[in-house]
Ligand binder design. Structure first.
Ligand SMILES: [Zn+2]
Length: 378
């Protein structure tokens, strides 16, 4: 909507301040670029309904997409009030603009807009936090040196140009940017599933992915570390979702907690959803011991039993073939050497077999006290 007002200035030759006075019929010096107010007046002037302005020309749908239904409806009602205050939607705007330091443009959109309209404008879908791909053209957006939030000076009427912007292609891998764009644009177009209890969803999915500690709680520290690794510090900082260490913990840990009652910026919902829906094998390096820092005792009992059986099979094979082995080689073969070495107490069955093996003919360690018996059937 900010672009519409700024284009109005260009077409009429009015300075921005006068333009706003004409639109709002009062004196004011600031107008939020992505979320102006007085939707009735703007609707009247543009031939659209106030709802259309709110839904199709502001970031309102995105900023409320992950809120509970009652909250969304309360904010919509408030936004559409006739005598709405300038800053009534300030916190909503902030939840969007906080993660967008500079305005972004799509080089292909600039060309098309110039061909179609003879002028360019700032697309709201390019200004969402963490969105670095044009949903229409699928190409990476460029970053301009224009801050998203501008005061009403003459740069208010500044439009995208074919030059003077740069690619920031190293911000994150394409598959991440693609997913972020899809989820964010769905939120902007209000096609996000609306009746979800998101905290419940995040908690359940985290547990399903193996982020579980003893007692059934979410392993939030490991989850947070994995989210940081997945997106990278640079990307998280760019979209305003860097971790703030506080008394309550960083946002991924709070979001995966049920009933925390804290509202989170939409971009954090977007990042959380993408991370939890990502294919573990492709994007995460989750191994048993890593994702489950506190394995339940049932797990290690099962592992011990499995290891003992595998060890028994290897020992029978060695005996049959008359091969001598070291304990380390044997346990490496069945894949538990590292775990066994550090947590011998958790493998009582396996350890009993290892001790018996050490005293047997097949143990390489006894070499030197006897003749070698390689390949000789016993
Ligand atoms: Zn484009």
């Amino acid at each position: 909507m900010g672009s519409v007002i700024a284009r109005g200035c260009v077409h009429t030759g009015l300075p921005p301040k006068r333009m706003l006075e004409n639109i709002y019929q009062s004196s004011r010096s600031y107008c939020s670029f992505l979320m102006p107010s007085s939707f009735h007046r703007l609707g009247l002037l543009t031939g659209k309904s106030p709802d259309q302005i709110l839904d199709e020309h502001t970031v309102f749908p995105y900023s409320v997409a992950f809120m509970p239904k009652e909250e969304r409806e309360r904010l919509r009602k408030k936004a559409l009030e006739l005598n709405v205050q300038t800053d009534c939607l300030g916190s909503l705007t902030k939840s969007v603009t906080y993660g967008v330091p500079f305005r972004r443009v799509c080089p292909q959109c600039i060309t098309e807009d110039l061909n179609t309209y003879g002028e360019t404008y700032w697309h709201r879908s390019h200004m969402l936090p963490a969105v670095h791909i044009c949903a229409q053209h699928g190409v990476r957006l460029h970053e301009t040196d224009m801050r998203l939030k501008r005061n009403l000076n003459k740069s208010f009427i500044h439009f995208p140009t074919p030059f003077g912007h740069k690619s920031i292609s190293d911000i994150a891998p394409s598959f991440i940017l693609q997913a972020v764009t899809e989820v964010s644009i769905a939120a902007l177009k209000a096609v996000t599933p609306l009746e979800m209890d998101w905290h419940y969803v995040y908690r359940t999915k985290s547990l399903e992915k193996g982020y579980r500690i003893e007692g059934g709680a979410v392993a939030s520290r490991v989850l947070t570390a994995d989210i940081l690794r997945f997106y990278g510090e640079k990307f998280l900082k760019d979209c305003g979702a860097q971790f703030m260490e506080g008394a309550a913990g960083p946002w991924p840990s709070l979001m995966s907690r049920e009933g925390s009652g804290i509202p989170f910026a939409p971009v954090k919902h977007v990042l959380m959803q993408i991370f939890l829906n990502a294919e573990s094998s492709q994007t995460l390096n989750v191994t048993g011991s890593y994702s489950r820092p506190g394995p339940r005792s049932g797990d290690s009992v099962a592992l011990d039993t499995k290891a003992a059986k595998a060890l028994q099979r290897e020992l029978q094979k060695a005996t049959r073939n008359g091969v001598r082995l070291t304990v380390q080689a044997l346990l490496r073969t069945i894949g538990i050497w590292e775990k066994f070495r550090h947590h011998r107490e958790k493998f009582p069955k396996t350890n009993a077999l290892v001790q018996a093996f050490k005293a047997s003919d097949q143990s390489e360690r006894q070499l030197g006290r006897r003749k070698r018996l390689y390949n000789k059937p016993t």
